[in-house]
Write a protein that binds this ligand. Structure first.
Ligand code: ADA
Length: 553
């Protein structure tokens, strides 16, 4: 399942059976076919732990007609072939893409997917980093059967007007016919509904229909009461239902006012964790039950938000957040890029494309309350700041209903505070430097106010300390001991929760994650060990401390 909800009742969809053949023809790989399950990371095969190269997947399908293949995530560059004909190419492992094969004769066909996780000159975002960049078909694949017209998008944007809500709906159809077609379209969004009659879908073209609908009597979505509503679009051709698209949404609004964050008009304090999409030996292809476990543990910690550092997440995780009342800060792909890296000729194109795909694919999730971008990239130079502005502008154009932000470095000289809606700073007092957290947070607020962030909510988007699981120092002094990690986090969070100028704090990080080997010298075990739980989700001492502090507020 590519989602935790039914997305089509009419359109025929199937998931290829899970066992595919894989060859890894580049250096250190396996040039002969082995069997693997999809989705999975290439690196979860014991012989391919450190493989960097092309992974070639094959699957024979019995199919025909006009097919749409949807890939939830292929890391990192993808090439898709059907019977040796190239259907699609895609860059970016953290967003979905699709491709069409039209009028295929019924029979057996070979689907081949080449997933290439090499770092290369063409790639600005996929670089060795403080997390592991996996390869493979890492998210679900679905195959759909299409007719002469299909629905490509159904967007529902909630708008709050005092105590009342509206649903702004937008539905887009695409024609696969060489003739113009007359269509009827029905859309339901919770209690609101609309029908469009006798609309012309141009030959081979698109038709977008929009409406703003009153939604009387609905309940708002919130962490305490995550009310969800069904949305459905049906297109009719010659009096027959021809295609559909279903989704789920909620009525909620996160707004910035007077330096505070308001959820559905009420002030809210963010208590969150940062989470990389990774689980022990499964890499970035996190099994569904482990996703659910994470959501439940994060709620158990007393958190109301998770940040999807540093890329868009699997929509199944977002579905679970919708359902369990966990707010999400979702961000585009990028971590810690210097100005020189941002000057890569394809940096802007690749960054913006990821943001576009993220918003288009995930915008209906009510759990997503903030859009983010460019974590700790260069915001101090004029050129770097201009890239940030481009990203904020793009996010606002794509979806003006959510505030935008970027987690920036804790330093002087940042130039983007005036351009974002929420000021977010990553700070590690007591870990990377010795400052007491309370004074340090005051200094951050002052600096933000002096550099364009005055009157804006301030989030500490990362704070934390390292602890190697199982390493204990009874005196609690040794860096990397679980005791020291616990003590630092307790001090940091108590100060953050008592800080009047703050709208929230997000712990770095939920679980330990693997990092690129080039980071080995500052990352024992070749892992980022700042997790509250280890890579198997076994709690460290810090887990209980954070739970106690978060739950007390
Ligand atoms: C940064 C960064 C994270 C991680 C963290 C750390 O703030 O955003 O990805 O590298 O620091 O562990 O130091």
């Amino acid at each position: 399942m590519d989602r935790c909800i039914t997305t089509h009742r009419l359109r025929k969809t199937c998931e290829p059976t899970p066992v595919w053949t894989l060859t890894a023809p580049d250096e250190g790989g396996m040039p002969f076919p082995v069997q693997v399950t999809v989705p999975s990371a290439v690196e979860s095969h014991p012989a391919l732990k450190r493989y960097r190269g092309r992974a070639v997947y094959e699957k024979t399908l019995a199919c025909g007609g006009t097919l749409r293949f949807v890939f939830g995530g292929v890391s990192f560059r993808a090439r898709v072939y059907l019977d040796d004909a190239l259907l699609a190419e895609h860059y970016g492992g953290y967003t979905a893409f699709d491709c069409l094969a039209r009028d295929i004769p019924f029979g057996e066909h070979v689907l081949r997917v080449e997933a290439d996780n090499r770092f290369g000159e063409d790639s600005a975002l996929h670089v060795p980093n403080d997390y592991y960049a996996y390869g493979g078909i890492t998210r679900p694949v679905t195959v759909e059967q299409l007719g002469s017209a299909y629905i490509t998008a159904l967007n529902v944007t909630p708008r709050r007007q005092g105590r009342m809500w509206r649903a702004e709906v937008e539905v887009t159809l695409r024609s696969l016919s060489e003739e113009a077609q007359t269509v009827d379209v029905d859309v339901k969004a919770g209690p609101a509904a609309i029908s469009w009659k006798h609309r012309t879908l141009p030959a081979g073209g698109e038709l977008t229909l929009t409406a703003s609908l009153a939604a009387p009597g609905v309940h708002a979505w919130s962490p305490e009461h995550p009310h969800l509503y069904a949305a459905e679009a049906v297109v009719w051709l010659e009096g027959e239902p021809a295609d559909d698209l279903c989704d789920r949404f909620g009525f909620r609004e996160l707004r910035c006012e007077g330096g505070r964050l308001l959820l559905n008009g009420e002030p809210i304090f963010i208590k969150g964790v940062n989470r990389h999409e990774e689980y022990a030996d499964f890499g970035c292809a996190v099994p569904l039950e482990a996703m659910m476990r994470d959501v439940q543990m994060i709620r158990d910690l007393g958190c109301n938000l998770v940040r999807t550092c540093h890329y868009p997440n699997d929509p199944r995780f977002l579905d679970l957040c919708d359902q369990c009342g966990l707010m999400v800060w979702e961000e585009g792909h990028a971590r810690g890029l210097s100005l020189a890296q941002m000057q890569h000729p394809r940096f802007m194109e690749q960054t913006l494309e990821c943001l576009r795909e993220m918003v288009a694919q995930h915008r209906n999730h009510p759990s997503i309350v903030l859009w983010g971008c460019l974590n700790e990239c260069d915001d101090a130079s004029d050129e770097g700041a201009a890239y940030f502005r481009r990203c904020f502008q793009t996010l606002r154009e794509l979806d003006g209903s959510r505030p935008v932000t970027a987690a920036i470095l804790d330093r002087e000289g940042g130039q983007v505070l005036a351009d974002e809606d929420v000021v977010s700073v990553n700070a590690y007092p007591g870990w990377y430097h010795g400052a007491a957290t309370a004074q340090h947070l005051e200094a951050i607020r002052r600096r933000a106010d002096e550099h364009g962030g005055e009157g804006k909510p301030l989030l500490i988007s990362e704070i934390g300390a390292g602890g190697i699981p199982g390493f204990h120092d009874p005196l609690g002094q040794a860096k990397w001991s679980e005791e020291r990690q616990e003590a630092i986090l307790r001090e940091q969070l108590c100060a953050a929760l008592a800080c009047p100028g703050l709208s929230g704090v997000i712990v770095w990080q939920f679980a330990d994650v693997h990092v690129d080997e080039s980071w080995f010298s500052s990352r024992p075990r070749c892992m980022n060990n700042k997790g509250l739980v280890d890579e198997y989700r076994r709690p460290k001492l810090a887990y209980a401390a954070v739970r106690e502090v978060f739950r007390a507020r």
